[in-house]
Design a protein around this ligand. Sequence first.
Ligand SMILES: [Zn+2]
Ligand SMILES: [Zn+2]
Length: 489
Amino acid sequence: MKLYHNAKFYSMVIEGDYFSAVLVENGLIKECFSKKPQLLNVEEIDLDGATIFPGFTDSHTHSFEGGLYSLGANLNSATSISEVLELIATSPLVGNYKFAFSLDENQLKERRFPTKDELDKVCPNNPLLVRRVDGHSCVINSKALEIINFGEKLSTDFNGFLNREKNDIAAHTFHNTLTDDAIISSYMAANKIALKSGITTVHTMIGDAQYNYNHFPLIQSNLDKFDIDFILYPQILDVKKAIEVGSKRVGGCILADGSFGSHTAALTQPYSDQPDNSGALYQSDEFWNNFVLDAHQNDLQVGVHCIGDKAIEQIVNAFVHAQKKEFKNLKHQIIHNELMSDSSLELMKKYKISAVMQPMFDKLWGGENGFYSKVIGVDRALKMNRLKTIYDSGVLLAGSSDWYITTLDILEQLQAAISMTNKAEQLSVHEALTIYTKNSALLSNSNNGTIQNGKIADFTLLENDPFVTKSFLNNRVVAVVKRGTLINV
Ligand SMILES: [Zn+2]
Ligand SMILES: [Zn+2]
C-alpha cells in the first residue's frame, strides 16, 4: 500500500472539498484522510505540497493523427508560404512519408494554400500530406498523387488542394498504408504528449468516418503498452462492425455536417459572407434515424460530429427518435455542438443527450473580431460554444481538445473554458475542472474522475492551486499518478 501525502487532493465531488493524504492499494483509492494518518507497513510518498485533481480526461481526440503529426511538421505558427515550406523541408520522414498539420491559410500573408509545385520543391521524393487546421481540406505533392487512387482522373491543372471526399481519400491512403510499427509509434507519441499535459485518460476516434475502422483491433490488443487509458471509438457508420469488435460505442467525427472554415457547417440561416450558402447536411434524416436506432437497440453509445444548428437539430432528433422507442441512459454524444439552438438544448436535457465540447474553439475563432463572426456575423457568433448555458442546464458536458485540431494541452483548455469571449458562457474554475474530470468519467461510465474510496487512483499534480490563483496560467503539471503509480512528466 502507498500513502500519498503532503498535498491538497481536491475530490471534485463538492466544490472546495479536499483531503491531505490518500491511501492506495492495487491501483485503487482505499481511503482518503483530512490529516496524514500514522499507518504501519505503508510506503509513504511525499508530494511536496502539490495541488492534486482526479486524473484529467480528454473526451474527444484523434490521437492517431495527433501522435503521427507530432512526428512531422507543425504549421500552426507559420505566417507565410516560405515559412510553411521551410518547416516541411526540415521535418523528418515518418516511415516513407512526410506529414504536416495545422495549416491555416488565413494566417499566411499570401492568404492561400501552398501549391503542389511549391511542395514538390521541398519534398520531391516522398509522398507529402499537409492538412488544414480543421482537417477538412489538405494539399499534397506529386509523389502523394502517385499513391492515391481517387477513382477518377484529376484535372490537368490540379494544384494540390483537396477537400470533402478527396481530402478524406488522401488522408486515409496515407494512414492506411503505414506499417503497424509506425501506427503503434503514433499512439506512443500520443501517450507521451498526454502524460506531459497531465492527462491520464484519452477518448480516441479510430476509423475513416465511413465503413473502415483501420487499425482498431491493433490498438485494442495493444492497450496495455500505454501508460494512459485510451477509450476507443470505432469511428464508422457500421453498427455491426462495432459490435463485432466488442465496442460499447460507435461514432465520433462521423459527419452530420462539415466545418465553418470550409463553409460546410449546416445552418438554418445562410452564412453572412456567403448569403446563398447555408452549408449542407451530409446524410438524410432517415439515414441517421436508422443508424442511431440500430446502435441504441444494441446498447451502443453513439457520438456524431455536429457543428451548425441545423446539423445539431438533425442528430438531436435522431437521438430523441431512439429514446422514444426505448429510453436508455447511454449518454449519446453531440460532438462539438458549436451553434446550438435553445430548442435543441431543451431536447438534449429532456432526453439525456450529452455534449462533448472544445473550449479552445472559442479561443481560436470566437469573439466579435474572430473568424466565426466573419462567416456568420457577430450576433450568431456570440451565441456559440455555450459552455455555461449547457453546464447549468444539467446536460452532461464533457471537455475535450479534438486533438489534432487543437493542442492536447489541458491547462490551455481549462483556461479557455474560464475565459470564453462571451462572459456569460465562462465556466468557474470548479466547473472547468469538472468537465475534464467528473463529467468525462460519467460520459464513459469510468470508475475515476473523482477522488473517493474505491475509485481508480488516477491523479494529476499541479504546481499551483488554481482555486487560489483563479487561473490556469503560470501553472505546471509536475507529475501524474496512473492506477496508483507515480509518473514524473
Ligand atoms: Zn473530432
Ligand atoms: Zn469533428
